[in-house]
Design a protein around this ligand. Structure first.
Ligand SMILES: Cc1ncc(COP(=O)(O)O)c(C=O)c1O
Length: 338
């Protein structure tokens, strides 16, 4: 039986070309005196994101946590959307590592607005200090929702108007840019710090970058080391990311087309509502099925989806699943859940 793994875009395996690039990478000791391939990646990413500097991290979580710690201290608030990755999927790091109080703002669709951010900023002397704002683009839990550049720019203006830094969780910023048909820098330049991942749709085994000003990245270097994120011959991993930027970035539009195909294959289904997504994440709301039951029946037919709540499934398209495979997955899902 062919297995179609749509649980996440993180399941992507390094391609043959990527493995070759990793094997041939020129390396040094990045903690001692620098790794040349890692340096090339950091410079490339800083350029792409229209930021002064960038730093390579083992994971998006660690880069997000360092980004938050650059901007907020214990007892201070970070404004973020109520379903944000920073809040729900980073093991309580904001509170546990730094004592930062998340100020979660509920939205219907994962998209913060300038008005919602303005309303969340605290100004009373008897209230906790608002220290920073975070946005997520694309928004994972909201089904890969894309925040348009104008909204991001307007939120950045609100933050700047209150002297607040803006952190952008751009684990899938590449997808947001591809969906909007703009360069990643058009989005990233509005933020004070930006996290981007290579281990999702770009197909790398591991790796993320945090970007921002040179001064902020010097502080980030210390925090990364404190968290055990100093890596030695990291050029082997950075080479994978450089390869992905050269060879895999353009494929994201195909992942988005596949996600739309999957949602359309389920249109009108009596027991599944799957809105056509902005990017590569399809949410399937079930009628009369529990998510756990649906996941195990689909797995028995070779289609792996993730349970995302009691009656919701998530399917994520990626470079290891072709358009034909998506058509087959759509037909199997429609049949099994009928
Ligand atoms: C929106 C978002 N932010 C951050 C992360 C964390 O990345 P990592 O798994 O590399 O720690 C993820 C991971 O899926 C994510 O979806």
């Amino acid at each position: 039986m062919t297995i179609l793994d749509l649980r996440s875009d993180t399941v992507t395996r390094p391609s043959a070309g990527m493995r070759r690039a990793m094997a041939e990478a020129e390396v040094g000791d990045d903690v001692l005196d620098g790794d040349p391939t890692t340096r090339r990646l950091e410079e490339r990413v800083a350029d792409l994101l229209e930021q002064e500097a960038a730093l390579f991290f083992p994971s998006g979580t660690q880069a997000n946590q360092v980004g938050a710690a650059l901007h907020a201290a214990a007892g201070e608030e970070l404004i973020l959307e109520g379903q944000a990755h920073l809040l729900h999927y980073e093991m309580g790091g904001l509170a546990g590592l730094w004592g930062i109080q998340p100020h979660a703002v509920t939205t219907a669709d994962g998209l913060l607005t300038p008005d919602l951010v303005t309303a969340a900023i605290r100004t009373g002397r008897y209230e906790p200090r608002t220290a920073a704002v975070a946005v997520e683009n694309t928004h994972s839990a909201a089904g890969g929702r894309v925040m348009p550049e104008a909204t991001l720019a307007a939120i950045a203006d609100v933050a700047a108007g209150h002297d607040l830094p803006l952190h952008l969780d751009g684990a899938r910023l590449w997808n947001a840019a591809a969906a909007l048909g703009v360069a990643p820098g058009n989005l990233a330049r509005h933020a004070t710090t930006v996290m981007v991942s290579f281990s999702k749709g770009l197909g790398c085994p591991v790796g993320s970058c945090l970007a921002g000003s040179g001064a902020l990245m010097e502080r980030a270097w210390i925090l990364r080391k404190r968290l055990g994120g100093g890596m030695r011959q990291s050029g082997v991993l950075a080479a994978a990311a450089l390869y992905a930027l050269d060879h895999h970035l353009n494929g994201l539009v195909e992942d988005h087309a596949n996600a739309r195909r999957l949602a359309r294959a389920l249109e009108g289904h009596p027991r599944v509502a799957a809105p056509v997504p902005d990017s590569n994440i399809v949410l399937l709301d079930l009628v009369g099925w529990s998510a756990a039951d649906a996941v195990s029946r689909l797995a028995a037919r070779g289609v792996l989806l993730a349970a995302y709540g009691a009656t919701r499934l998530r399917a994520v398209t990626h470079r290891d699943v072709s358009a034909d495979a998506i058509a087959a997955a759509g037909a199997t899902i429609a049949q099994v859940l009928a």
